[in-house]
Write a protein that binds this ligand. Structure first.
Ligand code: LCS
Length: 402
């Protein structure tokens, strides 16, 4: 890209793209598992790291590298590592940073399987986790132990949209030599850049806003220095959860419209959040762009726009939510988020079921909470569909026990 200091919209279109044979303007898909050596000494030099080049796609691949470089550039990190899924990225990042006997402080409001990974897999390797309310800085500070090595945040958190002050937490963490890992999936680098706020590592589910088209499962880790990069790459090479070239190509293609999409997701979400806030059948709405959000001011400080995710609860709790979710037509009942299409889902029985009821209650995930991933369609079509779905709700039916 021949521009010294491009803006984010330009970076989305151009970052990561290099010169390739025949001069294509987009990176070719190098759909190959392995690369030929010129001779044995060339192969040996590549393995020793004395020469630059490609060896084997689990280790690196030009199509994957182009997508990784684009995201590292957008996040203002040093380099990035493409992974098979968001969970592969989270697992790899934690495995690279932790040893047996270490302790993790994790915000309660994280994607269900992230909490389950820490409490059922890493716990078997003698790694203990304390869950805190990320928005309560004192609670974060008090949870730190002499063996704490990582503070893990998701902000805004899935699905409660709780916001953690990345800058404040990073200051506390760095004073005790602790690394801060931020899952930036809900915002994407078009709206929030945790490394610029002090975080050490950023992870994403590429499956969501970065790819944006609901046709890829992928993940990424962004690190901020060469030493971490070498360490993380070694761990990823051994664990093996890498993205494949075709999915990397699709993600890189999706990123071209990321900044545009995030603006439209936000524009629609602001209108829908206001509509929900005024609706007589809605008990409460949580959206980072509403002044009623408890961490509204922190959000204003650290993200450019409040994004496309909304949670709300209908009067009549689970039953009312169930009726609404079974009655939508234009909005689709499905997990995942961040695609161009509007999706609606029920965290307590779906994305956060694996956490168990106790952890859900502690994280503020009520049985009646409904999550909306607002797409980029015409906002009137989304509101019209919600309106007809809400009209089906009868408030006198009893709640089931989940
Ligand atoms: N981090 C966040 C914030 C997520 O929302 C998800 C997936 C992941 C990590 C894991 O990414 P994956 O391995 O699926 O690429 N969230 C989902 C959700 O809320 N509904 O379905 C998947």
């Amino acid at each position: 890209m021949s521009h010294k200091n491009p803006n984010i919209e330009s970076k989305c279109v151009h970052s990561g793209i290099k010169e390739y044979q025949y001069g294509p303007v987009v990176p070719p898909i190098y759909q190959t598992s392995t690369f030929k050596f010129e001779n044995t000494s060339h192969g040996a030099a590549l393995f020793k790291g004395e020469e630059k080049g490609y060896i084997y796609t689990r280790m690196s691949n030009p199509t994957i590298e182009a997508m990784e470089d684009a995201i590292a550039d957008l996040e203002e990190g040093y380099k990035a590592l493409g992974c098979a899924s968001g969970m592969a990225a989270i697992h790899t990042a934690l495995a690279a940073l932790l040893n047996a006997g270490d302790h993790v402080v994790c915000s309660k409001s994280v994607y269900g399987p992230t909490a389950t990974l820490l409490s059922t897999v890493f716990s078997r390797f003698d790694i203990e986790t304390t869950y805190v309310s990320g928005s309560d800085i004192e609670e974060v500070r008090e949870a730190i132990k002499p063996n704490t090595k990582v503070i893990y945040l998701e902000t805004p958190g899935n699905p409660t949209l709780e916001i953690t002050d990345i800058e404040e937490v990073s200051k506390i963490a760095h004073a005790s030599n602790i690394k801060v890992v931020v899952d930036n999936t809900f915002m994407s680098p078009a709206l929030q850049k945790p490394i610029t706020l002090g975080a050490d590592v950023v992870v994403h589910s590429l499956t969501k806003f970065l790819n944006g088209h609901a046709d890829v499962v992928g993940g990424i880790i962004v690190v901020k220095d060469e030493l971490s990069y070498k360490n993380f790459r070694k761990v990823l090479n051994q664990l093996g959860g890498v993205i494949d070239p075709f999915n990397a190509f699709l993600v890189h293609r999706g990123i071209k419209t990321l900044a545009l999409r995030m603006e439209r997701h936000t524009e629609n979400a602001i209108k829908i959040a206001k509509y929900l806030e005024e609706h007589p059948k809605v008990k409460w709405v949580r959206y980072p762009g509403l002044k009623s959000h408890p961490q509204y001011m922190i959000g204003q400080k650290q993200h450019k726009l409040p994004g496309g995710m909304i949670t709300f609860e209908l009067k009549g709790g689970y039953h009312a939510g169930e009726t609404a979710m079974n009655s939508v037509g234009f909005c689709q009942l499905a997990v995942s988020l961040g695609g161009v299409e509007t999706l609606i889902q029920h965290p307590a029985s779906m994305t956060h079921f694996s956490m168990g009821k106790e952890a859900r209650v502690a994280a503020g995930i009520t049985d009646g909470l409904v999550r909306l991933s607002v797409g980029i369609e015409n906002v009137n079509d989304i509101i019209e569909d919600l309106e007809q779905a809400f009209s089906k709700i009868k408030l006198e039916v009893k709640e089931p026990v989940l």
